[in-house]
Design a protein around this ligand. Structure first.
Ligand code: ZN
Length: 245
C-alpha cells in the first residue's frame, strides 16, 4: 500500500514495515515477521521491478518481527543489511530475543494471545540469522535511497534506532514508539510495554531525542502512520502511563 510520497507500507495489522523508493532503487525499513518477505516481491513485481532494485535493508532493531527474512532478500538481491552495533548479537542469532516468563500472565488477554499466535504462524520464533551485516551509528546520514539520518533511540532494545528522511518529512521510529499496542489493542501513540521493551526508562528518555525532528509523518512498527508531526506524537506518548500498557 502506497502511504506517502514513494513510501509503501507492508506487513499485517500486527506489524508494519516499509519500502522507500528513490529513482528506481529501494531502501527497505524492517521486514516484518519471517514469512512476510513475499510481500516485498509482490510489491516490486507490481511496480515492474525484481528484488535486485533493493539496495539496503535498514533494521530499526533486531527483534524477530522486524528482522524477518532479511537474510533471504540480502542473498537474493545483494542488498546490504544494516543495524546498530548494539543489536548485532540478536541479528546474527547469537543472542536471540527472549520473552520474559511473565508473558504467561498476559496470555489470557485476547490481544496478547492473538499477537503471539500470529507471530508464531509467521515464523517469529525462528528468525533466519543474518550472516553479513553493515552497521550504522547515531548521527550518520546513509548514502542509500531516501538518504536517512540515524537517530539512536535505545530502550526498546539497546540498538533501537529511528531513521529520519528530511526530504520526505518522514520519521521511521521502529518500536521507539507505537501507535497501536498489540498487547492491549489500544490505539494512539504509546511505548510498547516492558514485556518487549528492555528498558522503559531509557525508552522514555529516547523520546526526547526525537522532539526536535521536523517531520509530518511518523511511521511505526506497530500501528498506522501518525500524520500529526513528531512533537505531537511524543507529547501524546508522554501522557500515557509510565508502564506504557
Ligand atoms: Zn520490537
Amino acid at each position: 500500500m502506497l502511504v506517502a510520497d514513494r513510501i509503501h507500507m507492508l506487513g499485517t495489522r500486527s506489524v508494519h514495515w516499509y519500502a522507500v523508493e528513490d529513482g528506481g532503487r529501494f531502501t527497505v525499513i524492517d521486514m516484518g515477521n519471517p514469512k512476510q518477505w513475499p510481500q516485498l516481491v509482490t510489491l516490486l513485481d507490481s511496480l515492474g521491478h525484481s528484488l535486485d532494485v533493493v539496495e539496503a535493508i535498514l533494521l530499526t532493531h533486531a527483534h524477530p518481527d522486524h528482522v524477518g527474512n532479511a537474510e533471504y532478500v540480502r542473498v537474493e538481491s545483494g542488498a546490504k543489511v544494516w543495524v546498530h552495533p548494539a543489536d548485532e548479537a540478536m541479528a546474527t542469532g547469537e543472542a536471540p530475543m527472549r520473552m520474559p516468563p511473565s508473558i504467561v500472565k498476559y496470555l489470557w488477554r485476547p490481544a496478547v494471545f492473538r499477537y503471539m499466535v500470529t507471530a508464531m504462524r509467521e515464523g517469529a520464533m525462528k528468525p533466519p540469522p543474518i550472516r553479513e551485516l553493515a552497521f550504522f551509528n547515531d548521527g550518520e546520514e546513509l548514502d542509500v535511497p531516501g538518504k536517512p539520518r540515524v537517530i539512536h533511540t535505545p530502550g526498546h532494545t539497546p540498538g533501537s534506532c529511528s531513521l529520519h528522511m528530511p526530504q520526505r518529512s518522514a520519521l521511521f521510529a521502529g518500536d521507539a514508539l507505537a501507535t497501536y499496542n498489540p498487547f492491549t489493542s489500544s490505539i494512539g501513540p504509546t511505548l510498547l510495554p516492558d514485556l518487549v521493551t528492555v528498558d522503559m526508562v531509557e525508552a522514555r528518555k529516547s523520546l526526547e531525542r526525537l522532539v526536535d525532528i521536523k517531520a509530518e509523518t511518523v511511521f511505526v512498527g506497530h500501528g498506522e502512520p501518525w500524520t500529526g508531526g513528531v512533537l505531537e506524537a511524543v507529547q501524546a506518548v508522554r501522557q500515557t502511563a509510565p508502564a506504557g500498557g
